[in-house]
Design a protein around this ligand. Sequence first.
Ligand code: LLP
Length: 426
Amino acid sequence: MDYFAYRNGLLHCEAVAVADIASAVGTPVYIYSAATLLHHYRAVEKAFVALKPTICFSIKSLSNIHILRLLAEAGSGFDVVSGGELTRAQAAGADCSRIVYAGVGKTDMEIRQAIAAGIGLFNVESEEEFENLSRLAGSSSRCVRAALRVNPDIDPKTHRHTSTGKKETKFGVDIERAVRFFHAYGHDANVRLDALHIHIGSPIYSPAPYVEAIGKILDLIESLQRDSFSIRTLDIGGGFAADYEERRAPASADYAAAIVPLLAGRNLEIILEPGRQIAANAAILLATVQYVKRGGERNFVIVDAAMTDLIRPALYDAEHFVYPASVPDDQAPQRKLDWTPPDAVKVDIVGGVCESSDFLAKDRLLPPLARGDLLAVFTAGAYGFVMSSQYNSRPRAAEVLVEGDRWRTIRRREIYDDLLGPERDV
Ligand code: LLP
């Protein structure tokens, strides 16, 4: 289902022409489709229904509280990695018992905050962290549950910056040490340790690494059972891919077809932590062409969005489709990187930041563009706005949520006071 589509040559988000939003709030602006988010959330729910999983949307992928509220109302739990994300989940009305908390560097303050909130599960990543959690839990009257995050040493075959399940990464505890970990901490007085967690990377374009990792985890569960430790919950993390390029990502149903048979009937509560698969295709980043210029060797389209708004191309060589928001009616772009409009010009789409890594797309065939034209960067919903910065003292973009034929601003554009405020308040 595509909720971003051209009608009479004009790009729409659901029933709203994106140019109308640009006229009202300016650019750059992130435009989210509520229907797309909910559609993807429901697709995960439906695909995995046989396991009745707890779906914990990964807040790091998209953290606007208005969007978290939509997902909470749809029944989602949340995966958090900081006190800030927990605060966002609470502000969105989340059920804290359906919050899982991962991360290798939880501070005492964050742990205390999460204990007080009554979160469902601490995904513990080291021996020292467990001991610290136990100490802090001991001084509270709350019941605390933990999962051991295991590093299964699996290659998820994704970008090296987003690969997390290999031995050499900082995440989790080596699978070889897991049994020893349970012997040391499995009978702790303050923390109930009866769950396992894995998250092997993101995006993972095949179910195969999950099958391999879950196989290792099921063997581990058997070893633990032989030693009288029973595992109630298995959190298999996130990492399901989204369609950045030509629909080559598996759908939720494809991952489920491989994963569900491994876990069905085992009396395990299953947790999923999808972020990107729900959020990525739910937004575009809309920018305005500032200048078109011929460089020494390349043609540049310079827009008012930059790596400060969407860093994925600079950081991961990520490819996002970029199309004009207005095209002749019979030339609506297909989701293809090699879309060839008449009179196409090969261009790099870049921002105004003083870095050569500041690009949104390279070598794209686009129709001739001029100052003032609107360009939409697709699949920008996950790890888009959340990774934005104020580098070069650029205020962050606005965020808008579309629901049918209505839209509203869910984060105002930052102003210069947002840049200077924390320096003045000292
Ligand atoms: N659970 C844990 C413990 C994670 O670390 C992550 C992502 C997820 C779930 C959600 O993964 P997802 O389903 O969204 O793939 N900035 C990078 C992605 C970093 C992912 C970090 N961890 C990017 O833009 O591609």
